[in-house]
Ligand binder design. Structure first.
Ligand code: MSP
Length: 528
């Protein structure tokens, strides 16, 4: 840990609907935010990492009724599953917000009233397409072939008294935010928002409902409950104590540095959330990082298609870190990523077992075999050294840049370029040949030291991404916690010249591809 305080850093995941168990898609955003939070802590930032669950709404009310439990009982059970998964995946959140928490409810009621008093919320009539069996309103564009997108049945034209949030006063400022600042990442997505929503004229947003009760009541009109987005989006500030006495972190941490979401909810975070903040006269978040979807063999993951990938099952088979690595390594910011068990297993084998794991085990084994575990301190430079050493020295800066831009795939690719370079260095320098010649002992020690240094720097930077395994790798190469710092990750020559290594467990066991594919297919079939 670094003592140099670089200031604060506030990062958030979406708050997930506990209407079903978490899947690999929820896992992606959470793991990505966790890795950034860990990296920033390592850099010396005072980090607030927030995640949570969005627990109100008709869908939860209906699901609870189907199960014969209260909505609160229903969400409590699923929230426990979310929290359990996050613990298993090594998610180091600082705060977990539930929209059913009293302090959040209190703040949201005050925010709603404030927006009303400022004239941005008004009472009107909601007209839409209504699906009676689902008790849901839909907009024309949400319908699928003119029918309810949830159940496929006919919809009717219906009206309901509702409160609305005025969007139009913010159109110009929103357009500027999206096109003239670096709020949105990737910025290329601004075009669709401007063309599809701002240019045609921003529609006011319906922010209350009277057709269900599982929600936060409007204090001055109790038959209304506050409809999802005002409740949900506010979590990013209520979790810091905005308009409640539970926490006192708003002044310190707001505005957020990064909100990370997938493209499905970009619109709400790119238009509605900034508009709400503008209406409240609050500072805007610095960045909105939007990633694509994890699809399954090219299809959108969905319960009804029976292709929901359970991260817990995968984690139990291959280790949480391998899953963390795979999903981050596969997803390019802004694009979708097709999940396939085969690609995952092959990647774990090639990058983690053969690439990183092998580098560590070979190097440690050679230090033990040729030097009894502790290197001699004499050195002799040779061919190939300078290339490897300059990569070791330059890696941190490159990774910093990618983490800063929330391009985690590139950050990992960069680290694994050094890992591959180090493996190639073994082939080039042929330590087993050097070992046969007593006069080459100093050269051999130099080669092995350089390899240990490559591992130290890679593993230190990787510890933000794979927090369970990397400390074990560092221990094996004789790198103490004090040495495994961010400062040292930018330098060559940190391990003591007479470093002592220890053989440890296999970091990433090789997976039998055919056997595992069969087992996973069987699993999917049984759970479809
Ligand atoms: N409750 C709202 C968010 C409110 S935030 C103020 C919601 N919840 S959700 O449970 O549907 O979660 C959506 C988010 O989960 C996505 O934005 C993304 O972060 C993550 N993902 C869910 N499925 C995903 C994939 N298949 N792929 C990648 N991410 C996915 O929307």
């Amino acid at each position: 840990m670094c003592n140099c305080n670089k200031g604060k850093f506030y990062i958030t995941t979406p708050i997930y609907y506990p209407s079903g168990n978490p899947h690999i898609g929820h896992c992606y955003t959470t793991v990505a935010c966790d890795s950034i939070a860990r990296y920033k802590r390592m850099q010396g930032y005072d980090v607030m990492f927030l995640t949570g669950t969005d627990e109100h709404g008709l869908k939860i009310e209906t699901k609870a009724a189907e199960k014969g439990v209260t909505p609160q009982e229903y969400v409590d059970e699923i929230v426990a599953i979310f929290k359990n998964l996050w613990e298993y995946m090594g998610i180091s959140y600082d705060r977990y917000i539930r929209t059913t928490d009293d302090y959040h409810v209190e703040s949201v009621q005050k925010i709603f009233k404030e927006l009303y008093d400022r004239g941005y919320i008004y009472k009107g009539e909601y007209t839409g397409k209504y699906c009676t069996p689902c008790e849901s309103f839909w907009t024309e564009s949400q319908l699928v072939d003119g029918k309810c997108p949830d159940c496929g049945r006919d919809v009717i034209e219906a009206k309901e008294e509702a409160y609305f949030f005025k969007m139009s006063p913010f159109a110009d400022r929103l357009e500027k935010l999206l096109t003239e600042t670096d709020y949105l990442r990737p910025k290329t997505r601004a075009v669709e928002l401007v063309n599809n929503f701002i240019k045609p004229g921003l529609e006011d947003l319906c922010v209350s409902r009277t057709s269900f009760t599982w929600g936060i009541p409007v204090t001055f009109d109790e038959k209304h409950v506050i409809y999802v987005w005002v409740d949900a989006l506010s979590n990013y500030i209520t979790a810091l104590g905005y308009l409640n006495g539970k926490y006192d972190d708003y002044d310190k941490f707001w505005p957020a540095d990064v909100h990370m979401v997938a493209k499905d909810i970009m619109r709400f975070h790119a238009l509605i959330w900034p508009a709400m903040l503008m209406a409240l006269d609050l500072p805007l978040p610095k960045h909105l990082a939007v990633h694509g979807w994890i699809t399954f063999n090219g299809q959108k993951m969905s319960k009804s298609l029976g292709n929901v990938v359970d991260p817990m099952i995968l984690g139990q088979r291959y280790g949480a870190d391998a899953i963390r690595y795979h999903i981050m390594r596969e997803m390019a910011l802004g694009a979708d990523s097709s999940f396939s068990n085969e690609i995952m297993i092959n990647r774990i084998n090639s990058d983690l077992a053969n690439g990183f794991g092998n580098l560590v085990s070979r190097t440690v084994a050679m230090v033990i075999k040729y030097f009894g575990g502790s290197l001699i301190t004499d050195r002799e430079e040779g061919e190939f050294d300078s290339d490897l050493i300059s990569m070791i020295e330059g890696l941190r800066e490159k990774v910093d840049g990618y983490v800063e831009e929330t391009q985690l795939q590139n950050a990992l690719t960069e680290i694994f370029t050094l890992v591959a370079r180090a493996n190639k260095y073994i082939d080039e320098t042929e330590p087993w040949v050097l070992a046969k010649d007593e006069t080459k002992k100093t050269r051999l020690a130099t080669v092995l030291y350089n390899l240990l240094e490559a591992i130290r720097v890679s593993a230190t930077l990787l510890s933000a991404f794979m927090p369970a395994t990397m400390p074990k790798a560092l221990e094996q190469i004789g790198c103490t916690e004090e040495m495994a710092t961010y400062e040292n990750a930018g330098k060559y020559g940190v391990l003591p010249a007479d470093v002592t290594v220890t053989k440890g467990e296999v970091l990433f066991p090789r997976i039998d591809v055919d056997k595992e594919i069969e087992a996973l297919n069987e699993f999917i079939k049984n759970n479809a």
